[in-house]
Ligand binder design. Sequence first.
Ligand SMILES: [Zn+2]
Length: 323
Amino acid sequence: MRHRRRLSAAVAAAVITTTAVLSGCSDGSDSTEVMRPLVVTSTNVWGAVAQEIVGANGTVKALYISADGDPHDFTPSAVDSAAVADADIVLINGGHYDEYLAKAKKSPSASVIDAASLIGVGDGAHDEGHGDGGHDDDGHADHPRSSDGANEHVFYSLTAVRKTADALAVALARHSPAHAADYRRNAAAFGKQLDDLQGKLAGISARHRGAKVAQTEPLAGYLITAAGLVDASPPGFTAAVENGQSPSAADRAKLEDLLTSHTAKALLYNAQAVNPVTTAVADTARRAGVPVVTLTESLPVGVTTYAQWQGAQIDALARALGS
Ligand SMILES: [Zn+2]
């Protein structure tokens, strides 16, 4: 019980409300007025998370809805920016993943939830990142990494997703108190789906704890750790791909070594951060008989829920490892 209360307090603290959101309700018939909050977020993965909590009582708009392409490179349109300005709740991945959303003009009454900050990633990025947008020491102004070097793909962290869902329920209740119980119930139901995903990861961990895998981008880092696996990829390789650059010949050789020697039991392949080197490395894996698990940064066509998406990916990883 104590544990739960402490968690809720942390979640509530993470919801930054810039002004009193209920100021409009003081002039009378607040009990009959039913608000339908608008939640705007970056990718449709976060959109799917938000939809679970919003349910029928509100609207969710994700800006990046393509199953292809690289969400790191997304630039919002004027229509997108207008939607952000209208939003009651802006759900940001954070850690520089969707910096455009962190910087976008928002309503003074909007609540902002930064998922990465809920697990301590990218903290302080907003204070230091001001000025002329992400010019890192390593000079990749176009594809800034999280300033502290932490992995910003927090939508692969079930802990971050759970905390974000709980924070959303709190924020939604502030904007539409009449539906507070619905949002809480939705968050609890979504929490059960996350429990199931956690169970799948525990199953992998039970059979394959300590097994080495490789990946082409840092995408699945949190998932790999939660599954008890070890990411053996050369950091220089994954960092280059993440930054939209071609990995060095030395890093490529290191990664291919892991595959041909069967040190890595699977290659986790980000289908949305592809270049000739990642394609060649995937071919090397297949030739060596190392299973290639394809992962994505946004929802594939026909997939609408977070659990469906991540569940299929975790199942594919389990199959690749031979469980
Ligand atoms: Zn990425």
